[in-house]
Design a protein around this ligand. Structure first.
Ligand SMILES: Cc1cc2nc3c(=O)[nH]c(=O)nc-3n(C[C@H](O)[C@H](O)[C@H](O)COP(=O)(O)OP(=O)(O)OC[C@H]3O[C@@H](n4cnc5c(N)ncnc54)[C@H](O)[C@@H]3O)c2cc1C
Length: 338
């Protein structure tokens, strides 16, 4: 148990960002979290500490400093290769007990969602999952954790007033990474994995990736997204073909997901993923607000719809008025000539 008394809150300082690590590298979502942590730490006159758990991650600190971290807490151990939530959770709880961060944030990725609840429960503190906005109450240092609630019908701001640390997972692609400043430096603190952190794990036999893990909308530069007008799974085959030809990923509106034409992992929007691709092609998606909030930050929006008056067609940089079953095959036919 880390803290139960109000009076102990003053012992807790700094904003921790638990880095998302994959293949020995800190993943880009971490820089978004560091960008989000910076104003929180500034408001509390404290520091941003990036916590990196992994194997072969010894060289990752400079990029974290350049994106806004003040300190890097590095735990580099072969037992952290791959992802074992029990070990990482045990290490994190120990370090939280030792350093007493005021705030701990982590990406709401598969890894973060598996890891952080274990940590919060063991540390006996609160956790708000899937935040889309973070702020600080200047009166008392409470972290204001805003997230969609009741199926996205309201935005709820949640506090963890009597316990520390305050913990939150943050949706990828919602926060902005800071411009990298290579002149920034900081301090690296080294910590170890103890045998006691690994006591529960016997042996990982195999890691099996599900079919949906191939859908990586968050990192896709081009997204070809389909809506109700694709009319069924065969329509989505057309989108997959186009996406494959131009190296894109396939997204979808909730209408298409609810109809069972494409798995939920493809859904973009308020109750799906938030994306920030360079190109977002919306094929027969009308552009209701719940969809727009998930993709409106994309650099270029191309829309294809029979109806030129839809919100998506009105906001698009390029709006093509036409039938998707005519326009998309024409685009596919042109690609070999480009
Ligand atoms: C709490 C809540 C959360 C939600 N979360 C999400 C979310 O995360 N993501 C999301 O997408 N939605 C979400 N929705 C649903 C959202 O409100 C819309 O219902 C949904 O986005 C509509 O999907 P759509 O644009 O594919 O369908 P529609 O609105 O029916 O639009 C279909 C479009 O296709 C066009 N069309 C039809 N046939 C063709 C053709 N042959 N060629 C060209 N164009 C054609 C039509 O003109 C129309 O513009 C949520 C709703 C609620 C209440």
């Amino acid at each position: 148990m880390l803290i139960q008394k109000e009076s102990d809150k003053s012992l807790y300082t700094d904003v921790w960002v638990v880095a998302e690590v994959g293949g020995g590298k800190v993943q880009p979502v971490t820089f978004e979290l560091v960008g989000a942590a910076r104003p929180l730490a500034d408001a509390r006159k404290s520091r941003v500490v990036a916590v990196v758990l992994g194997s072969g991650v010894g060289n990752e600190a400079p990029t974290l400093f350049s994106h806004g971290a003040d300190h890097v807490l590095l735990v580099d151990d072969v037992r952290l290769a791959g992802f074992t939530d029990e070990i990482e959770a045990s290490v994190l709880v120990r370090l939280i007990g030792k350093y007493k961060p005021e705030i701990v944030i982590c990406a709401a990725t598969t890894r973060g969602r598996a890891l952080i609840p274990r940590v919060a429960v063991t540390a006996r503190t609160g956790l708000t999952a899937d935040c889309t906005e973070l702020g600080i109450d200047p009166e008392n240092g409470d972290l204001l954790q805003t997230r969609p609630a009741f199926g996205g019908n309201i935005m709820a701001t949640i506090r963890c007033s009597s316990h520390r640390p305050q913990m939150a997972t943050v949706r990828p692609r919602v926060m902005k990474a800071l411009e990298a400043d290579v002149t920034r430096t900081g301090e690296v603190l080294h910590e170890k994995v103890l045998d006691s952190d690994c006591s529960k794990i016997k042996r990982i036999v195999e890691i099996v990736h599900g079919a949906d893990s191939a859908v990586n909308l968050a990192d896709a530069a081009i997204i070809i997204s389909g809506g109700r007008g694709m009319k069924g799974p065969a329509g989505f085959e057309l989108l997959h073909k186009l996406a494959q030809l131009i190296g894109g990923a396939v997204g979808a509106s909730r209408a298409a997901v609810d109809a069972g034409w494409v798995p939920y992992a493809h859904q973009v929007g308020q109750t799906g993923q938030t994306v920030q691709s360079k190109v977002y092609m919306a094929c027969s998606i009308s552009g209701q607000i719940q969809h727009l909030v998930g993709m409106q930050s994309c650099d270029m929006i191309v829309a294809i719809d029979k109806n030129p008056e839809t919100p998506m067609m009105q906001m698009a940089d390029i709006a093509i008025v036409g039938d998707v079953f005519e326009v998309i095959p024409e685009i596919i036919a042109e690609i070999p000539r480009l």
